[in-house]
Design a binder for this molecule. Structure first.
Ligand code: FAD
Length: 341
C-alpha cells in the first residue's frame, strides 16, 4: 500500500509470458507502473509458470524485468502452474500481493489479463479500470492519475480515475504505452523465489489448442497485413503472407474473409474479433464495415488497398491505393524487400 507518512506508492506488475518468453505487453505494464509510482515509488513484478522447461525461462524473464526497473521480481515456479489456469494463476498473483502489499496492480489487457484482473481486484477489494490506452500523471501519480480507455468499440474515449484508499487494478492494452526502458547498470533489481500453495480448483484446463502457433501475435504486432473478401480464396492470402513476412508483420483478416472460409477465425479483426493497434495496418480488399473499423481504426497509420474508390475503408485510411490487390501487394513486397534488404 502507499506509505501513509510519505505517500510513496508501491506497484506490482503481473508480467505475462507466452511460450517461454516475456510478452512485450509485460514491459509496457512495467513502464506504466513506473510512471504511476513516480520517483521514489517502488515497482515489483511477478512471473508465474511451472513444469520441466519453465525454470530457465522464468529466470530469463525475471532478469529482464529487473534490468528494466522492477525492484524485486517474484518468481512463482510450481508444477501446478505449467498451463494457464485462471484460479491457480490468480492465487499465484495473490501470493505476490500478500508479500508486496501494492497500492497499484498492473496487468496486460490480454486474454489472460482479462481473466485475471477482475479476480485480483475482487480479492484485494480494489477498483478496476480495464483496457487502458493512456496514463496521465500530470495531476499526480497513484490515485490522482487519469486513465484513458476506449468505449463503444473505439468510437469514444472516457477518462477515469480511482477514488483514493482502495488498491487499484488496471489492465493496459498492448501496443499503446511505451515499454519500460532499462535502468542504469548497477541499479538493476533483484530476483526472489516466492512460495505458492495451489488452491482448490473449480476449473481445470486440460489442453490449450494453439491455432496460430509460430505466428506473430496480432495484438502485439507492429505491422499487420489484413485481407478481406477481396482476396477471393485461401490461396489469395499468399501475397499478403509474403508481404507480412518481408516487413516482419502479422496477417489479419476481416470477418468477411473468415466467413468465406479463406482463413481461420483466429485472424479476425473487429467488433467480434481482435482489437489491434499496430503502427501500420495494411487493409487489402476490405470494404471497411463499421464492425471491422471497431477493431483497427486506432492503428497509427492505415493503408487501404481497394479497387472501389468509394469503399468506406478510405474514410479512415491515411494512405489509399485504388487498385487490384493482386497487382499492388506484390509491388509493395518487392519495394519493401529492396528497402529492407
Ligand atoms: P466485403 O464487404 O465484401 O468487401 C470486400 C472488398 O474487397 C470490397 O470493398 C471490394 O471493392 C474489395 N475488392 C474485391 N476484389 C478486390 C481486389 N482484387 N483488389 C482490391 N480490392 C478488392 N466484420 C469484421 O471484419 N470484423 C468483425 O469483428 C465483425 N463483426 C461483426 C459483428 C456483427 C454483429 C455483424 C452484423 C457484422 C460483423 N462483421 C464484422 C461483418 C461486417 O459487417 C462486414 O460484413 C465484413 O467486415 C465485410 O468483410 P470484407 O470487407 O472483407 O468484405
Amino acid at each position: 500500500m502507499s506509505d501513509t507518512n510519505t505517500g510513496k506508492q508501491t506497484a506490482l506488475v503481473y508480467a505475462e509470458c507466452a511460450e517461454g518468453s516475456l510478452r512485450r505487453v509485460a514491459l509496457e505494464a512495467l513502464g506504466a507502473a513506473r510512471l504511476l509510482v513516480g520517483d521514489g515509488g517502488s515497482v515489483h513484478a511477478v512471473v508465474v509458470g511451472g513444469g520441466a522447461s519453465a525454470a530457465a525461462a522464468l529466470q530469463t524473464a525475471a532478469a529482464e524485468l529487473a534490468a528494466r526497473g522492477a525492484e524485486v521480481v517474484h518468481v512463482v515456479d510450481d508444477p501446478a502452474l505449467a498451463g494457464f489456469a485462471p484460479e491457480a494463476y490468480a492465487a499465484a498473483i495473490g501470493a505476490a500481493v500478500a508479500a508486496v502489499q501494492p497500492s497499484i496492480i498492473v496487468l496486460g489487457h490480454t486474454a489472460a489479463g482479462r481473466e485475471l484482473a477482475p479476480r485480483v481486484a475482487a480479492a484485494v477489494s480494489g477498483g478496476h479500470i480495464a483496457d487502458v490506452t493512456a496514463v496521465d500523471v500530470a495531476a499526480g501519480g497513484g490515485a490522482a492519475a487519469i486513465f484513458t480507455r476506449p468505449l463503444y468499440a473505439g468510437k469514444a474515449f472516457e477518462q477515469r480515475r480511482f477514488l483514493p484508499g482502495a488498491p487499484q487494478v488496471i489492465t493496459v492494452r498492448p501496443n499503446n504505452l511505451p515499454v519500460a526502458e532499462p535502468v542504469a547498470p548497477g541499479s538493476e533489481g533483484t530476483v526472489a523465489a516466492l512460495a505458492y500453495s495451489a488452491p482448490p480448483l473449480w476449473t481445470i484446463v486440460r489442453d490449450v489448442v494453439r491455432k496460430a502457433s509460430g505466428r506473430i501475435d496480432l495484438a502485439e504486432a507492429d505491422i499487420i497485413v489484413s485481407g478481406g473478401r477481396g482476396v477471393r480464396s485461401a490461396d489469395g492470402f499468399a501475397p499478403l503472407e509474403e508481404l507480412a513476412a518481408v516487413v516482419g508483420g502479422a496477417v489479419g483478416a476481416s470477418r468477411g474473409a473468415c466467413d468465406a472460409g479463406y482463413c481461420d477465425y483466429s485472424l479476425q479483426i473487429g467488433q467480434t474479433g481482435k482489437t489491434v493497434t499496430p503502427k501500420l495496418y495494411i487493409a487489402c480488399g476490405i470494404s471497411g464495415a463499421i464492425q471491422h473499423l471497431a477493431g483497427m481504426s486506432q492503428s497509427r497509420v492505415i493503408v487501404a488497398i481497394n479497387k472501389d474508390p468509394e469503399a468506406p475503408i478510405f474514410g479512415v485510411a491515411d494512405y489509399g491505393i485504388v487498385g487490384d490487390l493482386f497487382e499492388v501487394v506484390p509491388l509493395l513486397t518487392e519495394q519493401f524487400r529492396a528497402l529492407l534488404g
